[in-house]
Ligand binder design. Sequence first.
Ligand code: 13P
Length: 250
Amino acid sequence: MNVRRLVVANWKMNKTAAETADYIDAFVVQLPSLPRDVEIVLAPPFTSICRAAAKREGSRVRLGAQTMHWELHGAFTGEISAPMLREFGVSHVILGHSERRAHCNETDRTVNLKVHTALEQSLIPIVAVGETLEQRRAGVTDDHVVAQTRAAFDGVDAGALAGVVIAYEPIWAIGTGENCEPAEANRVMATIRSSLQGLRETPILYGGSMNTGNVASYATQPDINGGLIGGASLDPDGFAQLIRSAASPP
Ligand code: 13P
């Protein structure tokens, strides 16, 4: 199985456009020393995307968005559509992040609508799934992430699934410093991979307190193909160091 590797920086609600420009200046000079086999995606806030697009031009850094609406245009105050993202060269979009499920009414149904729109609009969806601490303690982690995965890709052809990305982000591990043990994360991610036909070559990323100190222990796991990084992606030097340690094991 030759699954491509991907490291995605989810900046969440951090960095102004000016701070984004400074970050990318500091980050792109490190690219020659970063492993070629790891795709790099930065997902800044919407207000920084235009600046980020100009700053990363000509580099191999790809751009992601943190969410989008499923409609292409219309009366949806405050929302952003796929064509608006495409205009700036955005190639990836994070969908169903647990923070949006918890605070912004994102549901399995809206994630599914957005996945269809993303694929129709040639954006690569990065679908986030993951259990709460209560669900883990109740022993329903596997059932929950499998249900989220199947709901997200309902109606998508198995043949299209090699072109999507899934992120397993246990909610209790996000921003807490309590990362999920790599072997346990790998077990859940193997379960996600086998939950639908067509996921054999789909990159599945781990997210949740991943950092420069622990990334290498994830990179050696067979079903972990990279990371979706929050806090540890906010410093350009630290993020570059993390990517160095995320390369495939020799
Ligand atoms: P942290 O890396 O800050 O735990 O955040 C993970 C995450 O939610 C990325 O989407």
